[in-house]
Design a protein around this ligand. Structure first.
Ligand SMILES: Cc1ncc(COP(=O)(O)O)c(C=O)c1O
Length: 445
């Protein structure tokens, strides 16, 4: 569908860095993204609707690749962490931008392969990969399996015992690094469920020596998500390099990759600052180059796995206000979505901004609660947000909705999951249709 409004574009939203790069507000105050009138799309495709701006996704992919390449003299690679969001169109776009892909399940691997993503650029993570998932990854010939624990290592050793060409693997280390982020998204501490404790490294090395079907190529860690402080990344690189030196010195095992994981933060509300990609890449590059030099390694390949910082800003969630409730102390705007399509506020108190898509630059007149439609009191998408006076039927647009929303979506209350549209140059393309009631019973016998 072509809903091009480029000629009328006038202004950008006041907190422009929360919105996709192509966002504008026309002279009537209507929100325009990717050259498309957002409210028109909401009415055409129905709500809740998730809209993704192709330009913003491609720009983030290119910026990470360029930042890393400019910050480190050795080889670099950027893998998109597909847990943030994956569908066929996105897998193709990420492949087209030359990134690798991280998957954490057979389902993500299936979607990626079916979309034609090159298997050698896929890494598989997970603390509880099943035998079937490992077999699926081995059969596909993916680039790396990132081993999380000794049981997985033993199982993989068994599954690959008779292979002619060994499967490249990396070891995920729990580096024992604390981060300043929500407890649910801290992953690098010693008691994390993820990764091998450092004192299991020697055992892992011995088992790898006894596993002819496996070839160790890298060490990995991921210290947490939604991080803004760069020092945990530098500390993590040091821990990984110490581990690499131990593997070399005690076990004659050499690696090529140091994988620093993802976790780079994005602002969700106007009071948060973005993380500077170049500063982040520079800190990583500097730590790895210096660390390799100090320990007598050649320049190892630097790999990162951003998810949120590639897809979050590109996505905007659109809802219809279906009812209101006025109380003396507050006013609720009831929307037709909520925790089923975005669990983050209920799960870890995530905060969001929002505008009315047809009054995008109108001054705020009241402070309201945006109440989700799901039968949980905790389903309040946004607390205490200032908005112009909203009416039933208005379209609410929520920015920075691209990551960990649809990928965590459920059919709670048997509510179908939203449709997804990609916008670019005034053209909107449906890339995932809305779930139907028939989909809801498709598995029932
Ligand atoms: C191993 C690993 N890599 C990458 C990521 C992506 O993190 P983010 O989306 O915060 O960049 C995660 C997130 O949990 C992860 O566990």
């Amino acid at each position: 569908m072509n809903t091009s409004h480029t000629a009328q574009e006038r202004a950008t939203p006041s907190d422009a860095r929360l919105w996709p790069l192509t966002t504008a507000i026309d002279e009537r105050g209507r929100l325009i993204i990717g050259g498309c009138d957002v409210a028109e799309l909401a009415r055409q495709y129905g709500t809740p609707l998730y809209l993704f701006d192709e330009t913003t996704i491609r720009d983030a992919c290119r910026a990470w690749r360029a930042a890393l390449a400019a910050s480190y003299p050795g080889e670099t690679a950027v893998h998109y962490a597909s847990k943030a969001l994956l569908n066929t169109a996105l897998a193709r776009l990420i492949a087209d931008e030359g990134l690798g892909l991280d998957v954490v399940s057979g389902g993500e691997l299936y979607v990626a392969l079916r979309a034609g993503f090159p298997p050698h650029r896929i890494h598989m993570h997970g603390n509880a990969k099943t035998r079937a998932e490992l077999e699926q990854a081995l059969a596909a010939g993916i680039g790396q399996i990132i081993i999380d624990n000794l049981d997985e290592l033993d199982l993989l050793a068994n599954l690959t015992a008779h292979r002619l060409s060994p499967q490249p693997v990396a070891l995920r280390i729990a580096p024992d690094i604390a981060t300043d982020t929500h407890a649910h998204i801290q992953t690098g501490h010693a008691t994390s469920k993820f990764g091998l404790p450092l004192d299991a490294l020697d055992a892992a090395a011995e088992r790898l020596h006894a596993a002819p079907g496996l070839r160790l190529v890298g060490l990995h860690a991921h210290v947490g998500s939604q991080l803004f402080d760069l020092e945990p990344y530098a500390a993590e690189i040091d821990v990984l390099l110490d581990a690499a030196a131990r593997l070399r010195d005690r076990h004659s095992l050499t690696i090529q990759d140091i994988n620093a994981g993802g976790g780079m933060g994005v602002p969700y509300t106007a009071d948060q600052q973005p993380l500077d990609r170049y500063a982040c890449a520079a800190r990583l590059g500097e730590a790895l180059a210096a660390g390799c030099r100090q320990r007598g390694f050649p320049l190892l390949r630097l790999v990162i796995e951003p998810g949120r910082s590639i897809i979050a800003r590109a996505g905007v969630a659109l809802y219809t206000i279906v009812a209101t409730k006025n109380l003396p102390q507050t006013r609720f705007l009831h929307i037709d979505g909520g925790m089923g399509d975005n669990i983050r506020p209920a799960l870890y108190g995530a905060r969001y901004a929002a505008v009315l898509a047809e009054q995008a630059n109108a001054p705020a007149e009241e402070v309201v609660e945006i109440a989700g439609r799901y039968c949980e009191s905790g389903d309040v998408l946004i607390h205490a947000i200032p908005l112009p006076r909203a009416r039933v039927g208005d379209i609410l647009a929520v920015p920075v909705a691209g990551a960990y929303t649809l990928s965590m979506a459920s059919t709670y209350n048997l509510t179908p999951r939203p449709a997804v549209v990609m916008v670019h140059s005034g053209v909107a393309r449906l890339i995932q249709r809305r779930e139907t009631y028939d989909d809801l019973i498709a598995r029932d016998i």
